[in-house]
Design a protein around this ligand. Structure first.
Ligand code: HEC
Ligand code: HEC
Ligand code: HEC
Ligand code: HEC
Ligand code: HEC
Ligand code: HEC
Ligand code: HEC
Length: 444
């Protein structure tokens, strides 16, 4: 294996700080700025790297994405394609609107509801949609007797678009409160137990946020100290905007459970990893455990609907240059029952769908042993043991089992059997898949 990394990303800002001319030059690419009739001025002698420790940007206020993209127009289109931008949509009598010609979207609210009865839609752009009522509670099947989760079509798990049950057996109201919305918003503030505040004064929404969706300031902190408008000009203070290159304080607080701090335990439920666990998964990945998310991801370019060549900065083979395709090079998987196709990639085996946010594949599509959720895992390591998913998790099923070095490895029911299950492709038993796995990179 040749693992000489080709880093195509920027590691902090000292270069910019030392080269004011470069910073000035980049102004040419900036569009019209708020309040600027004349030029934009970068505050002189701004030290670089920028403000990297205070996520609050020295007591700044949130100003909103619309303000940021006036100057940083180059980010507007890519951010808009990203799942972050549309994770939560405020509803005003109309269906949520997503970038055109990408997502199938959310055509209707659940039976018995009009758009006027809905305050927010959670998701619906890159994954299933859930609906929040005017009181700030999730609309559940247990509470209404009708299916209330709108699934988008999702080929890998053989899911077709349509309404499905959501908390079917549980009639308890489900508040859409801080614990749930913190992952979906910008500027989330937990409720103070002594004097709780409620978003929009909705009883189910204990806690507050500034903007729905994961917007610019979710990662860069509140932006009001970064620029000041005067008649005819704007002053920009480059140092007063937070940038988290390691990802620990931003990616790590939302892409791990519980919300708020990077975690190294991978939570699980019902035989799948729980969603938003990528930080802990990466820590359990052995060879990649010290990587920042930004080693592979451009933080601004969407993945599901973005340009993949931008969204993924370093592909597997940029580093693993001499690794082969394990006998699967050029093969295309085709499932007989619904015609789903997938050209084989490294990710097909090393990032299987071991996580479930909303849906998982029915046994009718993938057989009784295979397990296919709706998110790829970042554990990357594959177990070659003749064991099933139950050994992948702790005995109580609430966490992924870690070895003495803190690593995990995904079992072959997730990895191989999602394709090799006699639905258009020859089946493998679990013991047979485990037997082949250690030598699979030796296949011609
Ligand atoms: C009035 C114009 C203007 C507005 C509005 C603006 N910026 Fe900037 N921003 C700049 C300029 C100019 C620079 C320095 C040149 C560059 O890096 O492109 C900069 C730099 C940055 C940087 C890099 C900082 C560094 O290390 O040098 C980040 C991050 C950033 N802006 C984020 C934001 C966010 C988030 C918002 C909205 C809250 C925002 N900007 C609003 C003009 C603006
Ligand atoms: C998911 C977190 C996240 C979001 C959301 C986000 N950024 Fe960034 N941004 C980063 C990180 C991390 C960097 C550090 C550099 C890198 O890895 O590319 C960065 C770097 C930047 C830079 C400096 C990059 C350069 O090449 O000079 C600017 C400017 C910027 N962001 C503006 C924005 C604007 C404007 C938005 C909203 C439209 C936004 N960001 C949304 C995480 C984010
Ligand atoms: C405020 C919480 C929050 C922060 C901060 C955050 N994310 Fe996310 N991210 C989410 C949510 C929620 C989703 C959508 C997940 C879903 O719907 O399945 C998401 C989705 C993504 C996706 C899928 C994009 C697509 O278009 O399909 C990537 C990649 C991602 N995040 C990477 C990052 C990285 C890298 C960082 C740090 C630079 C980061 N995120 C910071 C909450 C966050
Ligand atoms: C070694 C490279 C690498 C690193 C490091 C990495 N990712 Fe990824 N990630 C990928 C690739 C490749 C994909 C896309 C797979 C595909 O084509 O669908 C992906 C997909 C995702 C997705 C979408 C998953 C899905 O199935 O919807 C999210 C969310 C995400 N990454 C978040 C993160 C976060 C957060 C971090 C840091 C904790 C991170 N990634 C670190 C390579 C990486
Ligand atoms: C930025 C460089 C880089 C990228 C991109 C990258 N890797 Fe790696 N990978 C490494 C390094 C470095 C190691 C550790 C090498 C070692 O231990 O010999 C590693 C280790 C691994 C391991 C062994 C893990 C273990 O500890 O058992 C697997 C499997 C792996 N990578 C798969 C992938 C796949 C699949 C992708 C694409 C989704 C990918 N890598 C992307 C650099 C990278
Ligand atoms: C058909 C499934 C499959 C495909 C496709 C596949 N791998 Fe693997 N890979 C495996 C399995 C299974 C192992 C575990 C072998 C073991 O632990 O003995 C493995 C092991 C590895 C390792 C760690 C062992 C080593 O050689 O050091 C790396 C790194 C790796 N693969 C990278 C890649 C990359 C990069 C690609 C794409 C070019 C890829 N793999 C494609 C199944 C696959
Ligand atoms: C994304 C679907 C997919 C995954 C995941 C997958 N395979 Fe395959 N596999 C295929 C396809 C497609 C072929 C080609 C069948 C053909 O050409 O008729 C294939 C072929 C094979 C072959 C025959 C190779 C040859 O040279 O004839 C073996 C053995 C095999 N897979 C084992 C595995 C093992 C073990 C795993 C897990 C480590 C695995 N596969 C994961 C789709 C997959």
């Amino acid at each position: 294996m040749n693992t000489r990394p080709v880093f195509r990303f920027r590691v902090g800002w000292p270069l910019v700080g030392l080269m004011p001319a470069l910073a000035w030059a980049s102004l040419a690419t900036l569009g019209g700025c708020p309040g600027s009739g004349g030029g934009t001025i970068i505050e002189p002698n701004t030290p670089g790297p920028a403000n990297t420790t205070d996520k609050g940007n020295n007591g700044a206020r949130y100003v909103g994405t619309a303000a940021c993209v006036q100057c940083h127009g180059a980010y507007a289109a890519s951010h808009d394609r990203h799942a972050h931008a549309h994770k939560l949509t405020r509803i005003q009598g109309q269906p949520p609107s997503y970038p055109a010609s990408t997502s199938d979207g959310v055509p209707n609210p659940p039976a018995g509801y009009r758009w006027e009865d809905i305050s927010y839609v959670v998701g619906g752009y890159t994954g299933a949609a859930r609906f929040v009522d005017l009181q700030g509670y999730l609309v559940t099947t247990g509470g209404t007797g009708v299916p209330t989760q709108w699934n988008l079509a999702f080929g890998p798990a053989a899911i077709v678009a349509g309404f499905a049950n959501f908390f079917a057996g549980d009639p308890q109201p489900k508040p859409y409160d801080f614990e749930r919305f913190a992952y979906h918003v910008t500027g989330a503030v937990a409720p103070d137990p002594a004097a709780p505040l409620f978003q929009d004064n909705r009883a189910g929404m204990a806690g507050t946020f500034f903007e729905p969706g994961v917007q610019c300031e979710a990662c860069h902190g509140p932006g009001s100290n970064h620029f000041r408008s005067f008649p005819g000009s704007v002053i920009v203070n480059r140092a007063a905007i937070y940038t988290d290159v390691s990802g620990a304080a931003t990616c790590g607080s939302c892409h791990s459970r519980p919300y708020g701090a990077p975690s190294t335990t991978i939570q699980a439920a019902d035989g799948y990893i729980r969603d938003q666990s990528q930080w802990a998964e990466l820590k359990a990945s052995g060879g990649h455990s010290s990587f920042a998310c930004g080693v592979c991801h451009d933080p601004h370019e969407g993945l599901t609907f973005g340009q993949r060549s931008i969204a993924i900065r370093n592909t597997c083979t940029a580093c693993h240059r001499s690794q082969n395709m394990a006998g699967h090079g050029g093969k295309v998987y085709r499932r007989a029952s619904d015609g789903y196709t997938e050209p084989l990639t490294c990710e097909s085996c090393h990032m299987p769908y071991a996580t479930r946010e909303a849906v998982s594949a029915p046994a009718a599509a993938v057989g009784p042993v295979a397990r296919v959720g709706d998110k790829r895992t970042h554990i990357f390591r594959i177990s070659t043991a003749d064991v099933d998913y139950r050994q992948f998790f702790t005995p109580d099923g609430t966490q992924v089992r870690l070895d003495a070095q803190g690593r995990a490895a995904v079992t072959v029911d997730f990895v191989c059997l999602r394709c090799h299950n006699d639905n258009g492709l020859f089946g493998l038993t679990l013991p047979r898949a485990a037997e082949i796995a250690p030598n699979v990179h030796l296949l011609p």
